[in-house]
Ligand binder design. Structure first.
Ligand SMILES: C[S@@+](CC[C@H](N)C(=O)[O-])C[C@H]1O[C@@H](n2cnc3c(N)ncnc32)[C@H](O)[C@@H]1O
Length: 203
């Protein structure tokens, strides 16, 4: 019962934030993909300046452009007024097919987080088939996403509350081979608390 409740919570709530350890694995792939290019511009369309994508990818030397619905840039209607080489983010949990459809319309490389349960949706799979060069990164462990509820659970019980599903990066035209299988850094409570406070403090 608890698991079902959690699953629905994840499905219906868009405000879950990605930890830095789930962004770091992307750096090497982006660098390889754009080897020799001077300024690599990454568009993070579901992110504010406080997102781990912006923080980690900027620190890695990329130019990061963040847009978000809260700053008036609805991904499904907004057209960026800047050039970009690749789209990278963790999109809202709702409307994944619509997200993939919009991303595909740009015909650019992308790396986006999707819970693997979306492979159960015919519409989503159909949209996946439209990617020019579909690739994915799979991980050995599930990811802890940050939310107020998860933070409360961590503080009150010490438990790192993860979703019931694995997350993959669905990519288009980025990786040197079609499927990568990678390890993830261990979850560290102190680091989660530090990152949550950073996110919360900067809002
Ligand atoms: C799963 S959260 C991830 C946030 C951030 N990308 C991260 O990984 O930490 C998805 C975010 O997309 C935002 N969002 C929802 N609909 C949007 C839209 N139409 N355009 C842009 N952002 C949107 C939500 O408010 C939420 O903050």
């Amino acid at each position: 019962m608890e698991q079902i409740k959690n699953q629905w919570t994840f499905k219906n709530d868009n405000e879950y934030y990605t930890p830095e350890y789930f962004v770091r694995p992307l750096i090497k792939h982006i660098k390889k993909r754009f080897e020799g290019k001077k300024d690599i511009i990454i568009w993070c369309p579901f992110d504010t300046k406080d997102s781990a994508y912006v923080k980690v990818l900027s620190a890695a030397g990329f130019i990061v452009k963040a847009t978000h619905i809260d700053t008036g840039q609805d991904f499904y209607t907004y057209d960026p007024d800047f050039n970009f080489d690749i789209i990278v983010s963790n999109p809202p949990f709702s409307g994944k097919r619509k997200t993939l459809e919009r991303v595909n319309s740009y015909n650019k490389p992308f790396m986006l987080v999707f819970g693997i349960q979306y492979a159960n949706s015919g519409g989503f799979v159909e949209e996946m088939s439209r990617c020019k060069n579909l690739q994915m990164i799979m991980f050995k462990r599930r990811v802890f996403y940050m939310s107020y509820a998860n933070y409360q659970i961590l503080i009150e019980t010490g438990k790192i509350q993860k979703p019931t599903f694995h997350s993959w990066y669905i990519c288009n035209d980025v990786l040197l081979k079609d499927i990568f299988y990678e390890d993830l850094e261990e979850d560290k409570k102190e680091k989660i608390i530090e990152e949550f406070k950073y996110l919360n403090g900067n809002k």
